[in-house]
Design a binder for this molecule. Structure first.
Ligand code: 26V
Length: 821
């Protein structure tokens, strides 16, 4: 006997206006004459939410009834980007809202810009999680995303004299209309203390006597599918002090100390760690990881599952997907729940646990593989450490049986590292416990098997698989590039939005001159739009008639922003020295977007250098309209959505064997930019699909890199033997870009000349040559456009819908559940 079901507001302009005004009056407590832009934005966001609410509740009800197998996507990061447009698209409301607001004299575009994006991730890994949950909702697959509601997301980047200065990202300050807090459903998470072992009817059992605890408050977010009536849930956890925690201290009479205790607890979800390559072994980070994982397991087992659920059947009802090693502590946590709390036998618990987890690795850099010191783990999670030891003990025994004469191998594979300190290798733990392990592009998965986890792929050949990453076509084509979307739809219909392989039908149009002209018109319109955005946002000007050459991604040595910069400096030097006439240079705008981890010195230096080179070039009257460097600060999802559709050339120039996949590369190809790239990550697959003629490949291949490094790499020989490289480096070293100060960028130059870990100098000439091929190709407008169209037509594979299908078929074995109709 359900009470009267709630009704969705009428899907008409009048219906929207009524609901909007009600929200403005009753929700915001204001009226049209007094409302601020923020008032109007919040009222509109809540109104849009109402249109999705019936679907959300229906999705939840149906899932409770049928108990279909779900995916729990455990991720420390969800880099969602702005929510409004996505919600409007899902609910098919954009026209109604635009018209409704216009009838009230409100400009939708202005309200859009009022939204602060939730930047709850560092880069590719967090954005991937956001694309995946979008796809699962659109494909009607039951999924719950679990993560952390950081009070401060990725820092806001500013430039002061060209140097990065970080500002806190106070994204919640003006209200957060997309979230639903549920403090009444808070769960308790324990930390610290010690363990006890006791006799239970002749059996020795263990228990954890924690030292302190915090509360996890869930905040729910809607994850709407595209026009399909489904709304999945993303549940992010926020840390609070427990009442017991407070009371104890209050009763002791120390009010100030009690308030400090609150702060201590709330610190756990306070801020996203902005490092994405070098784990620092910070205690707070481990607290974050255990916090969200413990909340999520508790929530799923106690709240989501029906009360009488028999956990023996858990693998039929859930798979926990581990997004990198960050949530891997969930493995001993599930063991602890089953063995200590539910009294299961160890072997039974282990058998179930091994079926419930799967692990995705997102890196190849050895320094990015997380290890947690035994000392820290033992202090913070003493029972989990015992459980990990026991898992390892059993695993070592299994290995000694399999490899009786190979103790070296057995030790290599230990979950516990002995040097430089005793520490738990989280990737090994995930590999041993997980039902499947996957890399994120074909090359990456191969290298995982051959190198990073070689012993494990020997031992468990069937565990390893590949799922090439993807991006959601809703956000990164349909919403980010409305004009191209319209052009595509006018040619092949709109089925591509949920079936991106349909883009293949565009292929013949690459040879249609009218279509190519229309395609160029779209690109031009997108560039003009970007000109306005950058002028308004950053005070940057560039000529939309120039080739837009874009490198946007986190700043990392392995991604090689310095290689791009050496190209820019080389062009500048050629013109300056008179070796090349300015008229002979293809006019280009070099756009950069990159945040550096605040503690990553070389990366911050590189940001300084990009800005310094930009300042010099942009202020040289001889180069006006010919060479421009545009480096807008604070690159984020919102800016990506404006930059990528305008790009002509996509820079994907990591050293081969270092970029696990890349996903920006896919977004560019899908929006009709041509790629200049190395044979790395998903570039390999992009090139295979779009064809050699439509991709500018350069640089060493992974095996060649391995060979050079093996032989001993000497960057100075390249410097000595290559004149233009020498000139470019000398120019930087001379202080030319730093007001004559030779010291400023000395660390970059000397690093390249002495160590050059990522073989920038070795790939320099190949890169310069490839850029010359780019110039030649760009000169033939029709041929270039043809290539660009083919890039779009052949990028259907890179839909995250396809990635999700692969996960479903190869790892999850879940099924879509269409909504009741
Ligand atoms: C690692 C660490 C290490 C500890 C400090 C904090 C932290 C935060 C994040 C990470 C993960 C780094 C791995 C990562 O982001 N990988 C990227 O994943 C993308 C999605 O699969 C992929 O496209 C990129 O190539 C890969 O670099």
């Amino acid at each position: 006997s359900t009470p009267t079901p709630i009704a969705t507001p009428e899907h008409t302009v009048d219906g929207f206006v009524r609901e909007f005004l009600r929200e403005l009056n009753f929700g915001q407590g204001t009226d049209l004459t007094r409302a601020s832009v923020n008032d109007k934005y919040l009222a509109m966001a809540r109104t849009v939410r109402h249109y999705l609410m019936v679907r959300w509740l229906a999705t939840l009800r149906r899932q409770y009834q049928i108990q279909a197998k779900s995916v729990a996507y455990l991720s420390a990061e969800f880099l969602l980007g702005r929510q409004l447009d996505n919600a409007l698209l899902a609910a098919d409301l954009d026209e109604v809202v635009e018209e409704g607001l216009a009838s009230l004299g409100i400009d939708l575009a202005e309200l859009r810009e009022a939204e602060v994006e939730p930047g709850l991730g560092n880069g590719g890994l967090g954005r991937l999680a956001a694309c995946f949950i979008d796809s699962l909702a659109t494909m009607n697959v039951p999924c719950i995303g679990y993560g952390i509601r950081y009070e401060y997301g990725i820092f806001r980047q500013t430039f002061v004299d060209g140097w990065q200065v970080e500002k806190p990202d106070n994204w919640l300050a003006l209200g957060s209309p997309w979230e639903f807090p549920h403090p009444e459903s808070a769960v308790t998470v324990d930390f610290g203390g010690h363990t006890e072992h006791y006799d239970d009817d002749g059996v020795t059992r263990s228990r954890w006597v924690p030292g302190w605890s915090v509360l996890g408050v869930p905040y729910n977010y809607m994850v709407p599918g595209f026009e399909n009536g489904r709304v999945n849930t993303l549940r992010l956890w926020s840390a609070r002090a427990t009442r017991a925690f407070d009371l104890e201290i209050f009763n002791a009479g120390d009010y100030a100390q009690a308030v400090r205790a609150q702060t201590f607890a709330e610190n756990i979800s306070k801020v996203l760690y902005p490092e994405d390559s070098t784990p620092q072994g910070k205690e707070l980070r481990l607290q974050q990881q255990y916090f969200f994982v413990a909340c999520s397991l508790r929530d799923f087992l106690d709240q989501v599952l029906p009360q009488d659920f028999d956990l023996k059947n858990l693998p039929d009802r859930i798979v926990f997907q581990l997004n990198d090693t960050h949530p891997v502590i969930a493995i001993p946590e599930l063991m602890r729940i089953l063995v200590d709390e539910r009294g299961w036998e160890w072997d039974d618990a282990w058998a179930i646990t091994q079926k419930c987890f799967a692990y995705t690795c997102h890196t190849l850099l050895p320094e990015a593989l997380e290890v947690w010191s035994v000392e820290l783990l033992g202090k913070l999670l003493p029972r989990h450490l015992e459980i990990i030891y026991k898992i390892n003990e059993d695993f070592m025994a299994e290995l000694r049986e399999a490899y009786p004469d190979d103790e070296l191998r057995v030790r290599r594979m230990s979950i516990i590292a002995e040097y430089p300190e005793r520490a738990v290798r989280m990737a090994y733990l995930a590999t041993v416990a997980g039902a499947k392990v996957n890399g994120v592009a074909a090359l990456h998965s191969q290298l995982l098997k051959d190198k990073v986890l070689h012993d494990f792929s020997d031992h468990y050949p069937d565990k390893f698989t590949n799922v090439t990453n993807g991006v959601t076509p809703r956000r990164f084509l349909r919403l980010a590039n409305p004009e191209l979307s319209e052009l595509i739809t006018s040619a092949i219909g709109d089925g591509w939005v949920t079936d991106l392989d349909k883009l293949q039908e565009l292929e013949p149009l690459a040879d249609d001159a009218d279509f190519r002209q229309a395609f160029r018109d779209v690109k031009r319109a997108n560039k003009l739009r970007l000109v306005d955005v950058l002028a308004e946002r950053d005070g940057i000007t560039f000529d939309p008639e120039t080739m837009l050459d874009v490198m946007v991604k986190r700043l990392h040595e392995y991604k090689r922003q310095t290689l791009k910069l050496l190209h820019v400096v080389t062009l500048y030097d050629q013109v300056r020295s008179g070796a090349v006439k300015i008229e002979d240079i293809t006019p280009r705008t070099f756009a950069f977007g990159a945040k550096a981890a605040p503690g990553y010195r070389m990366a911050k230096q590189t940001i300084g250098l990009i800005n310094a080179v930009g300042r010099t070039i942009n202020s040289d009257p001889a180069l006006q309209g010919r060479l421009t460097v545009a480096f807008p600060a604070n690159y984020n999802v919102t800016l990506a959505e404006k930059l990528i559709p305008a790009a002509d050339l996509s820079e994907q120039i990591s050293l081969a064997g270092k970029e696990a996949s890349g996903t920006g590369n896919m977004k560019f190809a899908l929006n009709g930019a041509l790629t200049i790239g190395t044979d790395d990550g998903a570039n390999v697959e992009i090139r295979e699909l779009v064809g050699d003629d439509n991709f500018f490949l350069f640089g060493l291949l992974e095996p060649e890199v391995a060979e050079i490094v093996e032989r001993g790499y000497h960057p100075t020989s390249y410097y000595e033997e290559n004149r233009s490289l020498r000139h470019a480096l000398d120019l930087i070293a001379s202080g030319h870009f730093s007001g004559g100060d030779r010291a400023t960028f000395e660390p970059i130059v000397s690093n390249l000349l002495s160590e050059d870990r990522f073989l920038v100098l070795a790939d320099y000439q190949a890169y310069i040559d490839a850029q010359e091929r780019v110039d030649e190709a760009y000169a033939d407008t029709e041929a270039w456009t043809r290539s660009a169209v083919l890039n779009v037509a052949r990028s259907g594979f890179f839909s995250s819908d396809r990635s999700m299908r692969d996960y479903i078929d190869r790892i999850w074995h879940t099924h879509p559940v269409p909504p009741e109709r």
